[in-house]
Design a protein around this ligand. Structure first.
Ligand code: PHE
Length: 454
């Protein structure tokens, strides 16, 4: 990013696409997507996900980027520049606060990646593939905490050092490499005996498996994976020059992000079938799925090197995402509280260490604390993605519909783009967005309290 008048700006289209793709592609694609797809209906989940990404996701990315570009501000500033009153301000703040709650638990999972990377370096593929490797690791408070702190420190080092430029350059090489390596693992995974049933489960929609929870979780995942409703895209939009075709860039990011998620699904789900016959217990493993299944694949691929390379690339992808999360929070503190960057970054570090440690301990020392029956990490994930995210997204939609006006938004987007999907954009915002968001919010809360089972 170049500095201009005190505010960074991307050098051009490529800078924007790289930063946005770097933020989008991360643990959400590789760790979260496969386990949700496995749990909530396989092909049905995938289909719903793709439809939502092309309609709702597209509309939200475009809207947030345009709002940022219009105002030149991070979320709170963008909201208050455009409208007045407490409700508008609150809408900005909820978008700004979500990343602060995500980055700690995100870094805990980043820590798991660090642990596996270390394991492949020091103990070899067989040890990493053993059945109690993962549970044994989670049961040890110190191990989980130390790995979390290593990942968190890497994130904050980038933020303090302001070496975004460096990380952009690294991700330029790492991202394509990750895509290629994923393809290689997919090739191996789908050719294991018994894996084909998994390919079918993941790619062919079986509508008997379609439930309300499929839609709810696909929508939450879509927002998470594309970094929507977290203030990030508004902030990035504010660094974007007026001549960047944001419709085109949105399409590119969306396709790349979805492609990586699908590849990750093809890597993990067929392997679940190959190694455990696809029984429901294995498919419902949840957050542990990738960490339990992939090491088995790597072991049968014959060597620690593949695990090492894989987790290294995942680590990089995770870092570009966590940096974007922390960056967005820092930008809010700097803009709204008029703090210096080191001071803002120091506060982020403290919150990160405190909340992240809580999530770490939730698996061991504090495992008796189970808010709504979830471990602490899953609770933060639920709170941000299923409760706060729909509210934040609704705030954006309401800002556009009630305050800025659809016409104004379309004019801003048309400044730089032909706006081919204008009709979709309008339809989603006018008729679909708020209703869908309300459905997710209500059903996920009722589900969490056990009032309905979806
Ligand atoms: N999109 C990132 C991923 O898929 C995670 C993330 C969520 C990043 C929210 C920024 C904001 O891993």
């Amino acid at each position: 990013m170049e500095k201009n008048n005190g505010r960074g700006s991307f050098s051009g289209k490529l800078g924007y696409v790289l930063a946005t793709a770097g933020s989008a592609v991360g643990l959400g694609n590789i760790w979260r997507f496969p386990y949700l797809a496995a749990k909530y209906g396989g092909g049905a989940f995938l289909l719903v996900y793709i439809v939502l990404a092309l309609t709702f996701g597209y509309t939200m990315i475009l809207s947030e980027t345009a709002l940022g570009r219009m105002t030149g501000k991070s979320p709170v500033g963008a909201f208050t520049t455009l409208g007045k009153g407490r409700a508008v301000r609150a809408g900005g703040w909820i978008n700004a606060i979500i990343p602060m709650l995500i980055v700690p638990y995100y870094s805990v999972i980043g820590g798991w990646v660090v642990r596996y990377l270390w394991g492949y370096l020091t103990s070899g593929a067989a040890a990493m593939a053993s059945d109690d490797m993962f549970t044994g690791f989670l049961a040890s408070p110190w191990a989980v905490e130390v790995c979390f702190l290593v990942f968190a420190a890497m994130t904050m080092l980038v933020i303090f050092g302001g070496v975004q430029n460096g990380i952009e350059k690294v991700s330029r090489i790492m991202m394509p490499l990750l895509a290629v390596l994923t393809l290689v693992v997919v090739g191996f995974s789908v050719t294991r005996p018994g894996a084909l049933a998994g390919v079918k489960y993941f790619l062919v929609p079986d509508f008997k498996r379609l439930s309300l929870m499929t839609v709810v979780s696909a929508l939450g995942q879509m927002f998470y994976s594309l970094s929507i409703a977290m203030g990030i895209l508004i902030t990035f939009g504010s660094y974007t020059k007026p001549d960047v075709d944001i419709e085109q860039t949105t399409g590119q990011v969306e396709i790349f992000d979805t492609a990586i998620a699908i590849l990750a699904g093809l890597m993990v789900i067929p392997a679940v079938f190959a190694f455990s016959g696809g029984d429901t217990a294995a498919l419902n493993k949840g957050p542990a799925l990738m960490f339990v299944t992939l090491p088995k694949v790597f072991e049968s691929m014959g060597g620690a090197w593949i695990g090492l390379l894989f987790f290294l690339l995942v680590l990089m992808a995770a870092l570009t995402s966590s940096v974007s999360l922390a960056e967005s929070v820092c930008a809010t503190f700097e803009d709204e509280l008029h703090w210096s960057r080191p001071r803002a970054a120091a506060l982020v570090s403290v919150i990160l260490a405190a909340l992240g440690s809580l999530s770490c301990l939730g698996f061991n020392t504090l495992n008796h604390i189970a808010p709504m029956g979830m471990d602490i990490l899953s609770f933060f994930d639920f709170l941000t993605n299923s409760v706060m995210m729909p509210i934040a997204a609704a705030a954006i939609c309401l800002l556009i519909l009630r305050v800025v006006g659809l016409k104004e938004m379309e004019a801003e987007i048309s400044r730089s783009s032909r706006f081919k999907r204008r009709k979709v954009y309008r339809f989603v915002l006018r008729y679909l967005s708020l209703a869908l968001l309300a459905v997710i919010l209500i059903s996920s809360i009722l589900d969490a309290f056990g009032m309905i089972s979806i």
